[in-house]
Design a protein around this ligand. Structure first.
Ligand code: GDP
Length: 296
């Protein structure tokens, strides 16, 4: 299975430096707070964890760095646990529609390819809709990927109306008895207002065909962008209502803290993690596994 690099601390600071087996003092707690903030854990999640640790420290229950490590792991883990909710695709829905959203460059197209492969490996038939009609390269990239992996791709070329591509794809997927339709969408950032309107239109058009569709609106964010990933999650959730999040590029060192920030802020299911550029580098998010990669 795809996994995070163990021991390759994805906080910007190696926690082991902070936990050298000595007595914990207020300076160590203050330093920890700074490092969590520098690691994009976010003000709210950091505040929540530090409040708990400070209470323990003040009560004389955080004496050694071993205590600190244990409590830190426990309270960071408590933030993530509610977001562990793997994507489950019911057998009696055809097609199950996944709308993929996110800004350019985060790894959306790559994630679509990885996800299609994962679903096929689980014996689901998959169709893709090339809904990022704004970028010719995005349509080509998806078609190429589909050809290589024998996954049908519905497209109308660049410049077409994105909602119409997705509408068309839904009809075809329905007619062919496809299990899962994954729709790509545009991710241009400089016209964000239009982007959100376009996504809302796709939702409206799909709902006309099936009131339950899209069944999943999944945001893809790039962990290495830190606070930007959190901002994107908030903006997309406000505009279109997300049902799941995939965080990519967690294989790079010094990234991943933002996962805590996103989970604490939005409480949405973290579905998958991207841990590399190849098609098998997509893992199901498991909070314990994620914590292990940080602490072990
Ligand atoms: P899009 O613009 O959001 O569709 O982004 P792409 O799918 O084209 O990906 C942008 C770049 O990020 C490509 O070079 C991908 O190979 C790379 N990428 C995507 N996901 C991951 C990941 O999980 N880890 C790493 N290291 N690179 C990734």
């Amino acid at each position: 299975r795809a996994s995070l690099n163990k021991g390759n601390s994805w906080l910007t600071y190696d926690l082991r430096n902070l936990l050298p087996g000595e007595t914990v003092d207020q300076d160590a707690l203050d330093e920890l707070e700074t490092q969590l903030l520098l690691s994009d854990v976010g003000v709210d999640a950091t505040g929540q964890v530090m409040h708990r640790l400070q209470t323990l420290y003040d009560g004389g229950r955080l004496r050694t760095s071993k205590d600190l490590g244990k409590s830190l792991r426990e309270h960071l883990g408590n933030i993530l646990a509610p977001c562990e909710a793997p994507l489950e695709i019911p057998d009696d829905v055809q097609p199950y529609v996944i709308l993929m959203v996110g800004v350019n460059g985060v790894g959306k197209t790559t994630t679509i390819g990885k996800l299609a492969k994962k679903l096929q490996d689980a014996n689901k038939s998959v169709m893709l809709a090339a809904g990022d009609t704004f970028r010719a390269a995005a349509v080509e990239q998806l078609i190429e990927w589909g050809e290589r992996n024998k996954v049908p791709v519905v497209s109308q070329g660049s410049g077409a109306d994105s909602a119409s591509v997705v509408y068309d794809a839904y009809s075809r997927a329905k007619a062919r008895g496809i299990d899962v339709l994954i729709a790509d969408t545009a991710g241009r950032l400089h016209t964000q207002g239009h982007l959100m309107e376009e996504l809302k239109k796709i939702k409206r058009v799909l709902a006309k065909q099936n009131a339950d569709a899209p069944h999943e609106i999944m945001l893809v964010v790039d962990a290495t962008t830190g606070g930007n990933a959190l901002q994107q999650a908030v903006a997309f959730n406000d505009a279109v209502g997300l049902t799941g999040i995939t965080v990519t590029k967690l294989d790079g060192s010094a990234s991943g803290g933002v996962v805590f920030a996103i989970c604490q802020k939005l409480g949405l299911p973290l579905r998958f993690i991207g841990v590399g550029e190849t098609v098998d580098d997509l893992g199901v998010f498991e909070s314990e596994h994620f914590m292990d990669a940080l602490f072990d």
